[in-house]
Every structure is written in C-alpha cells, then in structure tokens.
Design a protein around this ligand. Sequence first.
Ligand SMILES: C[S@@+](CC[C@H](N)C(=O)[O-])C[C@H]1O[C@@H](n2cnc3c(N)ncnc32)[C@H](O)[C@@H]1O
Length: 289
Amino acid sequence: MPSISVKELLFWKKIQLSKGGDHQSLILLLDAVGGISSSDLNLSRINSGNNLYLRKNLDYLESIWKDHLLNSTPIQYLCGKTFWRDLKLIVTNKVLIPRPETELIVDIVFNIFEKNSQKLFFAELGTGSGAISIALALAYPLSYGIATDIDQDALEIASKNYKSSSKQSNLNFYCGNWWSPLESFKGKLDLAISNPPYIPKDTYEKLPKEVKNFEPKIALLGGQDGLKHIREIIQKAPLFLKEKGWLILENHFDQGPKVKELLFKNKFTSIEIVNDLSGIGRFTIGRYK
Ligand SMILES: C[S@@+](CC[C@H](N)C(=O)[O-])C[C@H]1O[C@@H](n2cnc3c(N)ncnc32)[C@H](O)[C@@H]1O
C-alpha cells in the first residue's frame, strides 16, 4: 500500500483542484478509490506526523481525475460509488446517480410517519440504485418495502446496495413496468414513492453532456411534456394505496401545479407541493381520499 504524508496529500489535492472540478468530487475519489475518507484526512491533519496509506497510488487517482475533467465523466461512475444521505452506494452507468435534492423525500416521509415504531408497508416505483427504499427500510425497521424498476440491471445494483447497507430483510426487489409488479398488493400500501423520469423531450436534448452522455435515458426522459410516467403512476395509484395512503412524487422544477391537478382529478386529498432546499417545488404529495 503506497504511504504518503499528510502534507504531500494536501499538496496533491491542491494541484488537482487547480486543474478544475469540485472539492466534493475529489473527496469521493480519495475515499472510494484511494481508501482515505475525509474523516481519516481530518484526523491526520491533527496528528500531522502520521502517514496515510492509499489503496491506489496518486498517479492512478490522477488518471481518474483527468478522465473526469477531460471527458465530463461523472466522478461517481468512475469511482463506482456515491454518497447519499448516510449511505455509500454502488453506482454504475445502469443507474441514475441519486441526487442530493432527492434526499429530502426521506424527510418528507419522516414528517408524515413517526419514525421507528411504524409498521409501514411501502413501495418505491423506479428505485434505480435503491437509495430511497434502503434509507426508508433502515429508518423503519418494522416496515416492509418493495422496490421496483423496469431495468433488471438497476435492480441488481439496488439489491447489492441493500445487502451492503443493512443486515435486515424488510426490503424486496421486483422487476416490471410501474405498478405491474405490485398486482398482488392492491389496496395494501400505506405509502408509495417515486422519482420517475420527468424531463420533457426538448429539455432532455439540451441536458449537459455529463448527464446526457452518461446517465441512462430511461431514468430521465418523461415523454414529450415530461409527465408521461407521472400520469400513469397517479392514475393507477388509487388501486394500490390503502384508504388514506400517501403518494409522494418528485417532479421537474415547474411541474408541481400540473402534478397537483392530476392528483386532484384522481381523488387525492391533502395535496401539497413541497419545496426543496433551493425553494423549488420539487415534490408533490397527496393522500388517497
Ligand atoms: C429518475 S430515476 C430514479 C432512480 C432513484 N429512485 C433515485 O431517486 O435516484 C427513475 C427510475 O425509474 C426507472 N423506470 C423508468 N421507466 C420505468 C417504468 N416504466 N417502470 C418502472 N421503472 C421505470 C428507471 O430505470 C430509473 O431507475
């Protein structure tokens, strides 16, 4: 294992950042590939005489950083990992990189359902890396959750992430189109969550290349107006939710009012648009009757 002094590593970090990129991405590279977490680094700063041990040498880390900067390859895919809430998740180009703004979905659930004691029955439609479902299964150990996706490769990653994050067995993974894997659970769900593909076609064509060239199209594109999947999810939700069951959706920055209207037309009540931390109406929630 290559050994390096704290001073050398801090100098190396400074050089890499001077070439471009952001601090958070470099921290991920050092942690996921180099094997040095930011807390290791902070501790070593205090005991600055101590050496650090890298899993890979600095030349190798530098070559990844170069690929990230030159080709706009998301650092998460190059490292095969991402941080999301308190989870460290495997990500490949088969799954969307879970976004920081989506972390708030879990807090919305915490606001609705008291933690720990709840024997929730929840489903997440379009789980991708599994981030949301895993966070909920861990926070509600007495719950039972089903995480679905149309992509079997994504489900395999989600299932690996669940196994490495939890010793529990309260989450299961099913493959299929939106509600179809849940046929045998009609009228039983306390909660359904989805962050579906919601980018309108025209916007999708203009996405930055680090998104469009690398992340799965199936995870992003929501048809002509972006609402194709949201419509399907809302229309069928009443069949699967319990009376008073909740539906929580993530949507594009300007879709809140339209999603609200769709929920209203499908007999939802307590409908609310919830802002993300930047004040954008990122989530729309409602209760079935
Ligand atoms: C925006 S990504 C969200 C992934 C993850 N839940 C997150 O928040 O990071 C949408 C997910 O929906 C899945 N998906 C797309 N079309 C679907 C369909 N018709 N039925 C089920 N899942 C679908 C994609 O494979 C992708 O994993």
